[in-house]
Design a protein around this ligand. Structure first.
Ligand SMILES: [Zn+2]
Length: 113
């Protein structure tokens, strides 16, 4: 059974804020075409992060370390030593990608196979 709750922009969901390092209610700021939450904003620090679909999950799916010699794909989570956890939002060119970190999107290098 899938959850049928329909969210809309401005709804509150609980999520861990990586910037505040605290779990708190976030505000839904973007939805996918099928009404799934894609991004939420922390009302305290205003950082926008990818919605993770609940806070109960262990962070076993933590991102792989960022390494420009690796190849990444859209949707992949990575861990940057400075910027922290990010999610690949787009592959721009064979060797460039946009990664959404806790505060903003950054263009990063990566390898291409
Ligand atoms: Zn925050």
């Amino acid at each position: 059974m899938e959850e049928k709750r329909v969210f809309k922009i401005g709804d509150r969901v609980d999520q861990m804020c990586v910037t505040c390092n605290e779990e708190r209610g976030h505000i839904v700021v973007s939805l996918s075409k099928i009404g799934k939450i894609t991004r939420v904003e922390c009302p305290m620090c205003a950082s926008r992060v990818m919605y993770r679909g609940g806070t109960r999950r262990e962070s076993s799916k933590a991102g792989v370390p960022y390494d420009r010699t690796r190849t990444y794909h859209k949707g992949q989570t990575l861990m940057h030593p400075i910027f922290g956890e990010g999610e690949v939002t787009a592959i721009i060119e064979p060797k460039k990608m946009d990664v959404l970190f806790a505060d903003r999107i950054r263009r990063m290098m990566h390898a291409h196979s």
